[in-house]
Unconditional design. Structure first.
Length: 139
């Protein structure tokens, strides 16, 4: 019985805590401060491993780029994603989870998209953060 109670506590606490982190990220973006959005990323481009890599995207409002950083990228440093690209449909056979949303981001002038998986509550923030830096947007 204690195991069931523990599982239920973790289930409900995770949603509540994640909601607080999303609200904090939204407030920081609205104030013009940088935020880190937890996500997983994968690309067929050079410098990427052939699997999804867990990490964070560091976003600064008004910046022309965002940085994806992960400890799994073999010390190559953060991968810079240019802002102002387009979002596409995700890979068809990848992540299927009600809490995580997958999307493909095609940088301006890039040939290979970067596939991103984020908690569905962070997805609107990610879309706004990678929009063109000169575009007016409300967070």
């Amino acid at each position: 019985m204690g195991e069931i109670a523990g599982e239920l506590m973790a289930l409900f606490a995770d949603g509540f805590v994640r909601r607080l982190f999303v609200a904090r990220a939204r407030r920081r973006l609205a104030a013009g401060k940088p935020v880190r959005i937890p996500c997983s990323a994968r690309s067929d481009g050079p410098g990427w491993p052939p699997r999804y890599v867990s990490g964070r995207i560091r976003v600064t409002p008004g910046s022309a780029s965002a940085e994806f950083g992960s400890r799994e990228l073999d010390g190559a440093g953060p991968v810079v994603l240019a802002a102002g690209g387009a979002f596409r449909a995700p890979e068809p056979d990848t992540w299927h989870d009600q809490d995580w949303a997958a999307t493909a981001y095609l940088e301006p002038g890039a040939g290979q998209p970067v596939f991103l998986q984020v908690d569905s509550r962070y997805l609107p923030l990610l879309h706004l953060a990678l929009a063109a830096p000169e575009s007016p947007h409300k967070v």
